[in-house]
Design a binder for this molecule. Structure first.
Ligand code: KG4
Ligand code: ZN
Length: 334
């Protein structure tokens, strides 16, 4: 059979990314233009700035993705794009580009869900077996998603306030580190010799939901109390305490969810999947429980278009294309 070649575009937040993916699993190119340096000065992503930056680079990134893959537009099967969720102005740039290309090249359009993308990033590195459970941990999302079969998503738990990555970034800021702070907290936690004890938030006994804002406030309290006493806060000890609290709750709920749904695999995805503490805790816990764990390499964990190409392939197989009059949807549901 002819290979399915999808050009995928992702512009939901602060990365402009375009990929060419073959049969939803083989990455021929995955170009990522990051705006992190631009946003760092503001301590977070500024939506209006993000949209403008996407406009500046999108055509160059598209050309580079095609050139790197050695693919010409006539060889493509479809054009895919992240339709939502995300920042509406940022999404719009990708959606308008994808529609224009689909129209000009006479190719079908595939509107794709950003979280489906994060989940199917795992498809780029392993054969998925259903039913499976995914722990999505990023700057915007913290979710436990169950898939009974391919293309079918059921969110069984989600954060009630901050996303994990967001909590990491806020804690890092309180400890004096620049955006994005997750990697700094991760490194400090590894270097720490003491652990500052911090609370675990479990919510109701049977709940798969998460809450991280109370933990973040507890960190702020510890920092402020030290400062009021004229002491320097134990930054590494706090980072370690914070990370241990976050990791314990994430791992415990993910394992419980796997067992409750008889899932064959546990998939990890999103930017926080790069966290060393989370990875090692999940690896040893899954080994002990006999659960198959899949973690994509960091480049497929943070925002990228290859994961959108993988998700679009699955959607294409099951539902076909998306009408050209579709719109960017910041509240797009899975
Ligand atoms: O998935 P992602 O690239 O963007 C979103 O879709 O949100 O995730 C970015 C988030 C940021 O909050 C960043 O601080 C966090 O992932 N992050 C980490 C680590 N590396 C990135 N958090 C904890 N430990 C890390 N090593
Ligand atoms: Zn993301």
């Amino acid at each position: 059979a002819q290979p399915v070649l999808i050009l995928a575009i992702e512009t939901s937040c602060d990365e402009t990314s375009v990929a060419v993916v073959k049969n939803g699993s083989e990455v021929l190119s995955n170009i990522i233009s990051s705006q992190i340096e631009t946003h760092r000065a503001f301590g977070g992503v500024v939506p209006e700035v993000a949209s403008r930056k996407h406009v500046e680079v999108i055509t160059l990134v598209i050309e580079e993705a095609l050139a790197t893959a050695g693919v010409t537009p006539d060889q493509l099967s479809a054009v895919a794009v992240t339709q939502g969720p995300g920042l509406v102005g940022a999404l719009l740039v990708g959606v308008v580009a994808a529609k224009s290309l689909a129209l000009a090249w006479g190719k079908p359009l595939i509107g794709t869900h950003h979280i489906a993308g994060h989940i199917y990033a795992n498809r780029l590195v392993a054969e998925l077996q259903y039913p499976c459970m995914t722990l999505v941990v990023s700057g915007g999302h913290t979710e436990l998603v169950h898939m009974e079969r391919e293309g079918e998503f059921r969110i069984i738990g989600r954060t009630r306030d901050d996303a994990v990555g967001e909590a990491y970034d806020k804690v890092a800021r309180a400890l004096g580190f620049p955006y994005p702070g997750g990697p700094h907290v991760d490194r400090l936690a590894r270097e720490a010799t003491e652990v500052v004890p911090l609370p675990r938030v479990w919510l109701e006994p049977d709940s798969y939901d998460f809450s991280f804002s109370g933990l973040k406030s507890a960190v702020l309290n510890v920092v402020n109390q030290s400062k009021m006493k004229g002491l320097t806060p134990d930054v590494a000890g706090i980072a370690r305490g914070f990370q241990e609290s976050v990791v314990e709750v994430l791992v415990e709920k993910a394992i419980r969810a796997v067992k409750a749904t008889s899932s064959k695999q546990l998939l990890l995805c999103g930017g926080v999947a790069a966290n060393a503490g989370l990875r090692s805790a999940l690896i040893s816990r899954c080994e002990a429980e006999g659960i198959e764990l899949i973690i994509p390499p960091p480049v497929y964990c943070t925002d990228n278009a290859a994961m959108i190409g993988a998700a679009a392939y699955v959607k294409w197989q099951h539902d076909g294309g998306t009408p050209l009059d579709m719109v960017a949807d910041p509240g797009f549901s899975l």
